[in-house]
Design a protein around this ligand. Structure first.
Ligand code: ZN
Length: 276
């Protein structure tokens, strides 16, 4: 079996996006990489890589994918940053893309958000009403096969049931296909399915925090939850006024009943916060 099946390369769309991010970072952010070289990553493990939204919007390809599929497009940017940090030999610092200075047409009030806005990028000036505790959330779970040590990383989502690898260990499955000449007994298949075990070492946790926010000019408006992560956690207090830039999502917490007020199950996953 070839390596290509185990480690699929990026799709054409992904490859184009990766290249476009790299071009943007190389052309506009050499100063950031120079600054990174002098940063002690023990003191500062995370480097917020601030990119002007206008620079993203001026690139046709990035503008399209960033607005259409913001979550995966930001993930690809972080992947490029990870590679570039390694190339620049800046050691272990983790760069995170933080798009800032969104254009006025992205500005929305919290009370104007509706279900149809889900998946879209918004910029909201808000007052913080409540600050939740710092939470560790499992972002990437590493599973290892108990039979052959094959490793598989499974990306996880906030406030959802933990996802396991799909199907059994691929190495053991392929071996069994050969051994049983294509007809794996069901009981054997079930044992293979359960051979992938979650390991703490190699799994990746991320800090997140929920902020309850509302419009600043309307004290009676319903607050919504904003999720912030990494360097923004524990940076804000009740009463602060900030600009939240992020993606409108549906709150996945299942035991809330908002039958009569669908707006309240919306939340914003912030990709940057600008103090005002
Ligand atoms: Zn295995």
């Amino acid at each position: 079996m070839s390596d290509e099946r185990l480690f699929p390369g990026p799709s054409p769309v992904q490859a184009d996006t990766l290249n476009a991010w790299r071009e943007l970072f190389e052309s506009k952010h050499s100063a950031d990489f120079a600054q990174l070289k002098g940063t002690d990553c023990l003191e500062q493990p995370i480097f917020p890589f601030e990119v002007n939204y206008r620079d993203i919007d001026q690139n046709d390809l990035l503008s399209l994918y960033f607005n259409e599929m913001p979550v995966s497009t930001i993930e690809l940017a972080n992947e490029v940053l990870r590679t570039m940090v390694a190339e620049y030999e800046v050691s272990d610092i983790r760069c995170i893309l933080r798009p800032v200075s969104l254009p006025p047409e992205r500005t929305k009030s919290i009370s104007a958000l509706r279900m149809r806005n889900r998946g879209t990028i918004v910029s909201c000036v808000v007052r913080i009403k409540d600050v939740g505790p710092r939470l560790g959330y499992l972002q990437e779970a590493l599973y290892v096969c108990a039979k052959c040590d094959h490793r598989e990383t499974v990306k996880q989502r906030i406030a959802r049931e933990r996802k396991r690898p799909e199907g059994p260990c691929k190495e053991c499955f392929n071996k069994a296909m050969v051994d049983f000449e294509g007809k794996i007994p069901y009981s054997y298949y079930e044992r293979l399915r359960n051979s992938m075990k979650l390991t703490a070492e190699g799994s990746f946790y991320k800090d997140i925090q929920y902020l309850s926010v509302s419009d600043i000019d309307d004290s009676s408006s319903q607050p919504i939850w904003v999720i912030i992560d990494d360097e923004f956690v524990d940076e804000f207090d009740v009463g602060d006024t900030v600009r939240i830039n992020g993606i409108v999502q549906i709150d996945p917490v299942p035991d809330r009943n908002f039958m009569k007020d669908t707006r309240r199950i919306l939340q914003i996953h912030a990709f940057s916060v600008e103090p005002l």
